[in-house]
Design a protein around this ligand. Structure first.
Ligand SMILES: C[S@@+](CC[C@H](N)C(=O)[O-])C[C@H]1O[C@@H](n2cnc3c(N)ncnc32)[C@H](O)[C@@H]1O
Length: 185
């Protein structure tokens, strides 16, 4: 995959309210998230989607947000604290080799992989780690920026997802993105 990591300062731009003009986080994730769910978000950046996910899972739900960059995690924590949502979110630092999700085996109801898979050293590894953390039948929304992820690369990602045991459930529309809803078989 691309393996070029988004610089930490871009986290502020990606979390800007202006982005809502093009991508409404509630409209994108609310079809898949219910109160009380356990949700996984690899590569949350500074939390443009995380805050909405945390609101949707409610006080009895749980969100695990895992990023490689300490400055993304600290920016995310600041925004969660401001929104009074800290207690619902387990914000974790990943390392280059793993997202460190062993403790979640078979617990996750929904995964959001938004604009992150092309930055991973291996899409296969991300899908394998997500699949291990997810319940059977749980869904994963994969969305990649259409500006710099070519259709062929997105097709390769879908192939990697299929090899990790995901089936294609839907092709939702997400502006500026290639998107697919995947289901863990
Ligand atoms: C383009 S940003 C997208 C942020 C957010 N998903 C959004 O749509 O606003 C990609 C994020 O993925 C993170 N990332 C890249 N490689 C990663 C890895 N191996 N494990 C976890 N996070 C990673 C980056 O640090 C960055 O925060």
């Amino acid at each position: 995959m691309g393996h070029r990591i988004c610089p930490w300062w871009l986290g502020y731009v990606l979390a800007s309210p202006l982005r809502r003009l093009m991508q409404d986080p509630a409209a994108i994730v609310s079809p898949y998230v219910r109160e009380g769910m356990t949700v996984l978000e690899p590569g949350p950046g500074m939390g443009f989607f995380t805050l909405e996910l945390a609101r949707l899972v409610g006080p009895n739900g749980r969100l695990i947000a895992v990023d490689l960059q300490p400055r993304m995690i600290s920016g995310l924590k600041r925004r969660l604290a401001k929104a009074n949502l800290t207690e619902r979110v387990d914000a974790r630092l990943a390392n280059e080799d793993s997202m460190g999700l062993q403790d979640l085996a078979g617990q996750v109801d929904f995964t959001l992989a938004m604009a992150v898979v092309h930055e991973m050293p291996s899409a296969s590894r991300l899908f394998a780690e997500a699949a291990a953390a997810m319940k059977t039948g749980a869904t994963l929304l994969l969305a990649e920026p259409s500006g710099h992820v070519k259709p062929e690369m997105f097709a390769e990602e879908l192939h990697a997802a299929a090899e990790a045991g995901f089936t294609l459930a839907d092709r939702p529309t997400v502006r500026w993105s290639h998107a697919a809803l995947l289901r863990k078989a």
